[in-house]
Design a binder for this molecule. Sequence first.
Ligand code: NAD
Length: 502
Amino acid sequence: MDTIVKQYLQKFGVSEATQTFIGKAQRMFIGGAWVEASDGQTSDVIEPSTEGLLTRIPMATTQDLDRAVQAARAQFDGGAWRQAKPAERERMIHRLADLIELNALELAEIESIDMGKSAAQARDVDIQGTVDTLRYFAGWATKLHGRTVEPSLPGNYLAYTRKEPVGVVGAIVPWNFPLQTMAWKLGAALATGCTVVVKPAELTSLSALRFAELVQQAGIPDGVINIVTGRGSVVGAAMATHPGIDKLTFTGSTPVGLTVGRAALEDMKRLTLELGGKSPVIVLADADLKAAAQAIANGVFFNSGQVCDAGTRAYVHRSIYDEFLRELVAYTRTLKMAPGLDPECFISPLVSAQQKARVSDYIETGKREGAVLVCGGQPVEGPGFFVEPTIFAHCRNDMRIVQEEVFGPVLVTAPFDDDEEALALANDSPYGLAAALYSNDLGRVHGLIPRLRAGAVYVNAHGTIDPSMPFGGYKQSGFGKDLGPEQLDHLLETKAVWITLP
Ligand code: NAD
């Protein structure tokens, strides 16, 4: 660990538990064993607030992946997990949730120094969300069943359906909500009786490795959950074509999702793709301006804009546009930019130098395209991969900053004249992950909701998430849902059973 990181951890008094975890040599979790990559390769983990070396993680080979899939397969094909009654699975998932709750502070600190995000937000959102998701799906384990049917064809039959787990699930996870996204994949998989091989993002694997220790402590049998840390282009790509994986669930960017999806369909893997977004926000003339401006800024700048369903395009009725911009900019200037461990931090550093460069390039593109910069947009001196919260006004829908996913703290805005124009602007995107409406005119709001091509519509808020509600996109934001009962359908096969009776 570099001195600058040590000093940073000391300054903010990170817990002893976190220091002990970070001080250890990191290993992957395969078939219940803690292992290095079979060729000994590792990758540096850079702490985003200091740009110093934090630790190293193994970079798996495809042989390591094979071993993980074999372990998951063995459990699925007849191990203790497959034999476990639903109520036993429920208890084990609850035990895991309890352990996460017990270690919430440590997990939040790990998430913060690995990914850059605010530790306080990580505790309240990522870790709490992980606990809630596991508890929600634990309850489902005992409530999965088929139905009996009375067929009309001549003869005497007992006809019924069985819900059966889909098999070994391969889960590929991005870096913006590392633990929580993994929990979204795992909760439903464990409830249905599947086994899982997880590949965290190479930039943010640490919380998954700490989670694996808790999996062991919770008594979940070896091989049910395997954590393989490695490169997308190596391990991720091999997962997409691995014959031992029955279902692939991928969260990440649309271009990679397309590649992964095509490969996975070669052998008919079941497939869920949670991909990118460029979510529109419509502010009608009657909206509570101050509240809308604050909710929109909080939504788009949360996690420094590294949020797939962030409302990154705001269309505002022309009669209130200037006043709205004033409120928005004034509020945005109050959001504190600080290192992730600072309890006051709202704007945290981005995950990596590469992401900072990418977002900064988009800001320069916006300036060149003629968008009017009204907030931020200036380079921030390091150390730390910080980018100022940036707002552009009078944008056109043909601009790259309006069409493409930036995945950083950048909001584009434009005025509109009537609801039809607002809808046309909002729907003019290859993505369809989410949308938001700000208005108290319920009649108009209800009229607009069905016409927005998006997997979620938030009214007078942004990004409200609960395990009971499905999450997933329309159009190039992917298909299939995480969370809610809808997710269970993607992890179960339905078998039709016909018994001819005498
Ligand atoms: P990414 O697509 O670069 O990587 C996602 C994961 O895929 C990582 O684990 C990566 O290692 C792996 N990967 C990379 N190349 C691969 C390949 N060729 N084959 C298989 N796996 C490969 O995305 P990212 O930069 O980590 O995350 C940001 C993106 O994720 C954004 O586009 C964001 O919108 C999206 N996202 C979507 C959701 C959602 O629920 N819809 C949620 C979070 C993030």
